[in-house]
Design a binder for this molecule. Sequence first.
Ligand SMILES: Cc1cc2nc3c(=O)[nH]c(=O)nc-3n(C[C@H](O)[C@H](O)[C@H](O)COP(=O)(O)OP(=O)(O)OC[C@H]3O[C@@H](n4cnc5c(N)ncnc54)[C@H](O)[C@@H]3O)c2cc1C
Length: 390
Amino acid sequence: MRETADVVVIGGGINGTSTAYHLSLRGLRRVVLVEKDHIASGPTGLSSGVVRQHYSHEVLAAMARDSIKFWETIGESIGGDAGFVQCGVIFFAPAHSEDAIKQAVAMHNRIGIREQLLTAQELRAMEPMLHADDIGFGAYEPDGGYADPALAANSFASAALAKGVDIRRKTRVTGINVDGQGVSGVVTDKGTIETRHVVNVAGPWGGAIAAMAGARIPVRASRHPVVMLHRPPAWSHETPVWADLVNGWYFKPDGKTGMMVGSLHDIADAVDADAYARVPTADEIAAYSEAIVKRFPIMEEGTVHGGWAGLYDVTPDWQPVIDRVPGIDGFYCAVGFSGHGFKIGPSIGKALSEIIVDGRCTTYDLGIFRYDRFGEHRSSRGAYEFGIVG
Ligand SMILES: Cc1cc2nc3c(=O)[nH]c(=O)nc-3n(C[C@H](O)[C@H](O)[C@H](O)COP(=O)(O)OP(=O)(O)OC[C@H]3O[C@@H](n4cnc5c(N)ncnc54)[C@H](O)[C@@H]3O)c2cc1C
């Protein structure tokens, strides 16, 4: 039987499920989401889930601001849950980064984000376990925190399903047909779906999907470990998420007794997205443990209890491509989130639905995410030393 769709979304991570949901909200009747494995089986399911609004690019801060509102009320708006814990987020930097951090906070306040500058002494008063001698300033956003990305993506998938989206798990895209009018179909291992609109939200596999349609996105899969530790009993009070721009680490609470450690460094070495080491090595565990002890000396008494490694889909400027692909009508991409694409999932889905249904995104200015920018040698890298901060 000939199968047709208004839109085929490739990828069942946070951005694919959000896009499918937002397209169904706009009244499209035949939206098909194709996922080679299960929902959130890619980087979304291995994400740290930090939800922060601190960005140097205004459009990213605005997307994060709007997404936080969504995460706060997800149960009322679409049903389900995102496991959002609003413990606050603190970015702190050395004294020489004062201007960058002050400019970011001023921009955030201007666009309605609650955030305040704090001195090292004030940070230490907030968290007595913090080693603050090398810190110049911090920026505290009380509305940030962390969420459960797999739960959030599955909530979007359930809401999309309830609105009639056809979700095909265990279905792998193997080709994209293009004719004189643009995309004409998606070939899968379960058959071909004829369509004039295809959205590539395939994360680290997004470059390969783009190539199937004749497009080129310079995105590579890079491996990023996280290490989980138990805190000692003396540190069992609530604490925010800490982003250490002095040494390049982040520390995320896990309830009142755990901490996760991840790196902010620009690790962009390419790995095979289908065959990479999924557990941290002994050396990585030692380095990540040392990093948390340096910042929170009490963690000398902490214990490692696990960890994993996931993939970032990294572009040369650590920003995604969110665009219709010029020259291939009906082909849209949101790929290359470079380790910071979970929190903004609700805004990405809305933006893509506007591009597809209205012809352009009206809620956000997506200029920094243009497909053409790499060919034009333009960079959308953020103002901070670490690309992921954006
Ligand atoms: C360790 C780690 C920590 C992170 N921490 C944070 C954080 O704290 N905050 C934050 O905002 N972001 C974070 N991120 C980044 C964030 O998780 C990702 O940017 C986001 O989840 C990407 O979602 P996505 O939907 O774009 O893509 P993905 O989650 O990559 O989903 C793409 C999907 O496409 C499917 N697919 C691929 N090829 C095919 C095919 N041929 N056919 C069918 N389906 C296909 C895959 O199976 C996959 O499920 C982190 C990522 C990692 C790995």
